[in-house]
Design a protein around this ligand. Structure first.
Ligand SMILES: Nc1ncnc2c1ncn2[C@@H]1O[C@H](COP(=O)(O)OP(=O)(O)OP(=O)(O)O)[C@@H](O)[C@H]1O
Length: 470
């Protein structure tokens, strides 16, 4: 490969020829002076031009002169390539190939190596591009509910009419609520309706890796050119761009190019644009150009429907009472729900027993120990302790000194002191109408036993693990 300065030398010779032969000095100043020789390799000279319009204009008006210049100064058969300096400070360029429309310059071979060879004038066939979509994530198996109805509806609208309605479509929401599923569903539907469209799903992380790699291997032009050929660009977890300025800068140019040329952008994030710290303002503004839709945590009805669907899909038999129990107690994300069903299946195979409420409770307790955000009350504790020791709630208010009832009171007092902010006298009042000294005594006794008796400790821990489940 000849150095770039040699490309400059070659192109300057061509410019000399052009200057001598052009009939209008002003035209030379306007159309040729801003150009620069960038690269010469494999009998192809790449020149940098300020905008795509230069390419159009030069090819339309000066193709004969260009051919004469490069044939004379470099040699017959030399190809001319254009590279748009979209950002002079950062040297971001977009490669175009000259000559396709010009009989004067040699015709280049058609390029159809899909993902690898970007060329926006000779777009690779759509079938050469792997969209990287997950076919398991489609609209058919995306269960509808109150929390996702709006996002789902706009997703379907975008899928029906890419780049005509909401552009960009920005979907945000906490982890595991179906963002990736939904955007894959959009991509898959677009491919079904418009097979000729070049759809690409990419995680923000992968985009960043590709970008860094392209810079490292001197293929930055290929990288940016490739992304500019995409019709529907889907980027997941855009919050990963926060704080990485160069990636943001590059994405900004790709975003602008695609948006301006009527291509669809679909983005997801774990938070709303306004909450995206470390993201350039100009990008945040653009994220809000189209539609920002929130995917909320699924409500209990949606959780039940998702569970029923998964159970049916996996060919499992799980009683409705178990479904309700899981849906009511596992409320963080759909991913968590799916995990519980998978664990249930694994446990039931391992223990060779039917999936029942008891098994579900054990698994849910382990999985969502601290999921509940509501503060515990003394009442919650009394309920769980009574449930555990199978003692009637009302018995703790009687004067009885039966061993099991005394134990229930003491354990309840211990847990109330440990897990609530309630004062000792209030705890005493709520648990059998005792005074604060009794509560402190109970706490000491239970704590002492927990410290020395492993079995008792496990028992108390089991109650503790149930405190946050309904
Ligand atoms: N409404 C739904 N119907 C059916 N499955 C769903 C639904 N919502 C989420 N899921 C399932 O839940 C799992 C997690 O969803 P997904 O990966 O799309 O979440 P996410 O919001 O992208 O999470 P993250 O931000 O962590 O990447 C997937 O298996 C997905 O299929």
């Amino acid at each position: 490969m000849i150095e770039q300065n040699q490309a400059e030398v070659l192109w300057n010779r061509c410019l000399g020829f052009i200057k001598d032969n052009i009939n209008n000095a002003k035209a030379f100043e306007t159309w040729f002076e801003p150009t620069v020789g960038l690269k010469y390799e494999n009998k192809a000279l790449t020149i940098g031009i300020p905008s795509p319009f230069f390419y159009e204009f030069l090819e339309e008006h000066y193709v004969g002169l260009l051919r004469a210049a490069i044939y004379k100064e470099i040699g017959e058969g030399t190809e001319l390539m254009y590279s748009i300096l979209t950002d002079k400070t950062n040297h971001i360029t977009v490669d175009l190939r000259g000559g396709d429309r010009s009989p004067a310059l040699p015709k280049q071979k058609p390029i159809h190596d899909g993902n690898k060879t970007p060329n926006i004038l000779q777009e690779p066939r759509p079938q050469d591009l792997d969209p990287h979509l997950n076919p398991n994530y489609n609209f058919e198996n995306f269960i509808k509910g109150n929390s996702n109805e709006f996002s789902r509806a706009v997703a379907e609208t975008v899928a029906q009419n890419p780049a005509r309605t909401f552009n960009p479509l920005f979907i945000y929401g906490p982890s595991g609520v179906g963002k990736t599923h939904l955007i894959n569903a959009i991509g898959t539907r677009i491919k079904e309706l418009y097979p000729e469209k070049r759809v690409l799903y990419v995680s923000a992380h992968l985009f960043q890796v590709q970008y860094t790699d392209s810079v490292r291997t001197n293929r930055f032009n290929d990288f940016i050119g490739f992304y500019q050929t995409i019709d529907v660009l889907i980027i997941d977890d855009i919050q990963e761009f926060a704080g990485v300025t160069k990636t943001q800068n590059t994405f900004f140019h790709i975003f602008n190019h695609l948006h301006q040329t009527g291509k669809q952008l679909i983005l997801t994030s774990d938070r709303a644009p306004v909450m995206l710290q470390g993201m350039e303002e100009r990008l945040l503004t653009r994220f809000k150009w189209g539609l920002v839709a929130e995917l909320e945590k699924p409500d209990v009805e949606l959780r039940k429907n998702i569970l029923r669907n998964k159970i049916k899909h996996d060919g499992l038999k799980i009683p409705e009472s178990v479904i309700c129990y899981i849906a009511e107690n596992v409320n963080e994300s759909v991913r968590e729900l799916e995990g519980i069903v998978n664990s249930l299946l694994a446990y039931s195979i391992h223990l060779k027993r039917e999936i029942d409420l008891d098994l579900a409770q054990r698994i849910v307790r382990k999985a969502v120990r601290c999921a509940e955000s509501k503060p515990l009350t003394v009442d919650n504790i009394i309920e769980k302790v009574c449930e555990h020791y199978k003692v009637d709630r009302s018995s703790i208010f009687t004067k009885t000194r039966k061993r099991e009832v005394v134990q229930v009171r003491q354990v309840a007092m211990y847990l109330a002191k440990k897990h609530t902010e309630t004062s000792s006298s209030k705890i005493g009042q709520l648990i059998g109408n005792k005074d604060h000294a009794t509560v402190l005594h109970a706490y000491k006794i239970v704590k002492g036993q927990v410290d020395v008796d492993k079995a008792f400790k496990a028992e108390v821990e089991e109650i503790e693990s149930s405190l946050h489940t309904k």
